[in-house]
Design a protein around this ligand. Sequence first.
Ligand code: HEM
Length: 453
Amino acid sequence: MLDSTEIPARESRLVTFPFHRIVPRLLRDPLAAFEDIGRRADGSIARLDLGPFRPYLVTRPEHVQHVLRDNAANYPRRGMMWEPFSRLVGDGIAGEGEAWAASRATLQPAFAGRHITALLDEMAATVDEAVADLAGRAARQQTLDLGLEMTRIVQRVLNLVFFGGRIRLEDADRLGTAVSTAMMSFLWRMMMPFVPLTVPMPGDRAFRRSTRTVEEILGPIVAEARRSPTGGGDVVSLLLRGTGADGAPLSDRQVRDDIVGLWVAGSESTAVALTWLWVNLAARPDVADRLYREIDEVVGTDAPGRDHVRQLRYTTMVLNESLRIHSVGWVVPRTSAAEDVIDGVPMPAGATVLVSPYLTHRLPAVWEDPLTFDPERFAPGRARERHPLAHLPFGAGVHECLGQHFFMVEAALIVAAVLRRFRPVVDPAVPVRAQASLTVRPARPVSFTLRPR
Ligand code: HEM
């Protein structure tokens, strides 16, 4: 624990955490140290003294709103993880400025409600196939790796939506592992962004290897899609018909960057969020029972489809609560372009500002009993009781997650397809420790079995 002299007064606006207090703990267990800082700052803006790197941490919803919405132009995605990250995802949808804006405009229609609804039946069929394969593996193996199995299902859906099914299943597996490794190998670069890229750091080699694998798998697919365009509604086809900031068709490089950016943003986050969902349900049999009842009433023995999704209201509440208590995104970094003041606290130009959905979701002033898993927080009408940015698993403002509607539909389909036939069993007696990389995920593989219902 940190020294009690650092406990901030309730009314203080800027709390400084000195180097000697936080760095040893951050090196030992970054997420636990970060949670501790969040508890102590208690909604105040915090300055973390990490030696040459002194980021500001912003958690109170009003402050988050200032950074991500009200004065977003002053807080672009620059520095910290964004520069090393761009070696994997390029400068398009995961970047900033004109190239980002052109990518966002091209990609937006692919993630609009109407387009997702049009794809829903195909998505549902793909999910059902993937769950049947999972059931086959469950019958052959004693236990399964929850994270891996969720990744497999998610990748099948992404393969359909992004590539019209052009990726072979074994390549999808390799791609999943490569992206996951790239995310894991990233932590040191994120924590020490002042170290030049020319100075080797742990994780660099794994990151380069993963980037090469991504390149080897996706490069030929983009090239093939360009040679034989299908005119289809999958994302690659859409990008190949799109234009860049200069109005010219996107180059293969830009298409590849956006596809990688989307794959990185959409695969790991979704698989990790679903992994936490089953872990959370294992600890709350009462919530799980109510979920089974909803699936039985709405879906019954049918294959889940378009008409079911909008009726799965409790499922949506459970998903939202799972995204709150296990927010996949722990930091969303920005850099201040010019001097600013946030709620009376001066912010110098060039400062790294860390928004943390993870910590905002755990603020006792915003969420009563924040460590309790309680889907009722998302019952109809309850959102009015809190600040609109109290719950921000998908970020906010101009960079708000493009895939959030897609995620909610996909996740509801997966939950329904699994639960209408099986009871996933995760042992509640085995504690699942969280670990931060680019996302917050279980530190070790979580085992589970599938029991037929
Ligand atoms: C549980 C699942 C997901 C979570 C928790 C999540 C979270 C987030 C967050 C926090 C951001 C904001 C980043 C920032 O402000 O810098 C974001 C952006 C983004 N997400 Fe997601 N995401 C999820 C699923 C998806 C999916 C399924 C896709 C695509 C299929 C996707 C695509 C994107 C894209 C393209 C952006 C960048 C948007 C932009 O900068 O304009 N995400 N996501």
